[in-house]
Design a protein around this ligand. Structure first.
Ligand code: GLA
Length: 395
């Protein structure tokens, strides 16, 4: 027997042992969905209703050409306004802006990317298009048939029905049932589809989002491309870290980086805070027209690694002194990502004593945006520009 044959035999034996130990189902188990926060792009923040097939294809092309795909971005998500009419059998069709959704999915998949779509558990979406109420099973089947990989399910007009449901408890029951119905419908398709709940954080969704199958749930109303609103949302996540885990993430809404309403320091603050929050990183800008600064912010490997850290822990607030805040996120292997935020419009010193982080003794410290190792420290004090951040890796 030559070495090739014997090593082949050894492999076959190992496979047989594995099969006997775990059974064929375990061997075939798909990787868990959203084991780290989903990364990709969504059409709403930049394009709103001006989204169509050609634009989505151009964004997919740009995600590859710009290097975003190689930095970890995968999902190309079509938000509201793609929906057309239902036919006599109740099957939903895309409107004229999307002549062939299956062909679009094939195009996106051929680039190593995934395609996402949007609907509502109510009769209408937020922009007034057809929602999925009463057609959940059909719609999930349609999405799976097209090759959809991600569904954002936006409460909207179901909220109107909930208001007349006869009290808060009844309204909440209605909401839970609606999200469970779509969870079951998605599951029945057999296709792995990331399930993203969007109901703006009402009824403390972080407490029950995972129980209705949510891979992510919006914790707030809509973001805008303004520093004040972005920070109101970001810092408003304090206390929610314990509800995030692999497969189930708090979602403080999509990124505005590159949309023009904030300066570079403010967008670095946005990206740093979202990474510390282990938030889904869904770029919301036009990927075909990115400045070098926008590209550098969205693709900084060390910042992305904080967001995507395999430990899967969300960061939280450590200290707040007036306009100065320190937030930290535990990382695999014992290090921490630490954000020193200055929310004033003028520069301020921000400091952190490492014992406040739970760090005993000196710890290796790196300034991530400056890409600079600072040595072993027990505390750090640094001048942070107005609306800016210094993002550290400590330990
Ligand atoms: C809501 C959502 C937004 C977007 C719009 C689309 O406002 O929160 O993210 O999906 O609906 O109509």
């Amino acid at each position: 027997m030559n070495t090739k044959t014997s090593s082949r035999q050894a492999l076959a034996t190992a496979a047989a042992v594995l099969l006997a130990l775990s059974g064929p189902a375990a061997l075939a188990a798909p990787p868990p969905l959203a084991a780290t926060p989903p990364m990709g792009w969504n059409s709403w923040n930049h394009f709103a209703d001006k989204i169509d097939d050609a634009t989505v294809r151009a964004q997919a092309d740009a995600m590859v050409a710009s290097g975003l795909r190689d930095a970890g971005y995968r999902y190309i998500n079509i938000d509201d306004t793609w929906e057309g009419e239902r036919d006599a059998a109740g099957v939903i069709h895309a409107n004229a802006k999307f002549p062939d959704m299956k062909a679009l999915a094939d195009y996106v998949h051929a680039k190593g990317l995934k395609l996402g779509i949007y609907s509502s558990p109510g009769p209408k979406t937020c922009a007034g298009y057809a929602g999925s109420l009463g057609h959940e099973v059909q719609d999930a089947q349609t999405y799976a048939g097209w090759g959809i990989d991600y569904l954002k399910y936006d409460l909207c007009s179901l909220g109107d029905r909930m208001r007349t449901a006869g009290g808060l408890d009844k309204a909440h029951e209605m909401e839970l049932a609606a999200y469970e119905t779509m969870q079951a419908a998605l599951k029945a398709t057999g296709r792995p589809i990331v399930y993203s709940l969007c109901q703006y954080g009402v009824a403390s969704v972080w407490r029950w989002g995972a129980s209705v199958g949510g891979n992510a749930w919006r914790t707030t109303g809509d973001i805008t491309d303004k520093y004040a609103r972005m920070m109101q949302i970001g810092l408003g996540q304090a206390g929610l870290s314990k509800y995030a885990a692999p497969g189930h993430w708090n979602d403080p809404d999509m990124l505005e980086v590159g949309n023009g309403g904030m300066n570079g320091a403010e967008y670095r603050t946005h990206m740093s805070l979202w990474a510390i929050l282990a938030a889904p990183l869904l770029a919301g800008n036009d990927l075909t027209k990115m400045s070098p600064d926008t590209l550098a912010i969205l693709t900084n490997r060390e910042v992305i690694a904080i967001d995507q850290d395999p430990l899967g822990r969300q960061g939280d607030r450590v200290t707040a002194e007036g306009p100065l805040e320190v937030w930290a996120k535990p990382l695999k292997g014992g290090a921490r990502a630490v954000g020193l935020f200055n929310t004033a419009d003028f520069p301020n010193y921000v400091e952190i004593d490492y014992p406040r982080l739970g760090q005993k003794g000196p710890a290796r410290t790196r300034d991530i945006w400056a890409a600079k190792d600072l040595g072993k420290l027990t505390r750090y004090r640094v001048l942070v520009p107005g609306h800016g951040v210094v993002l550290l890796r400590v330990g």
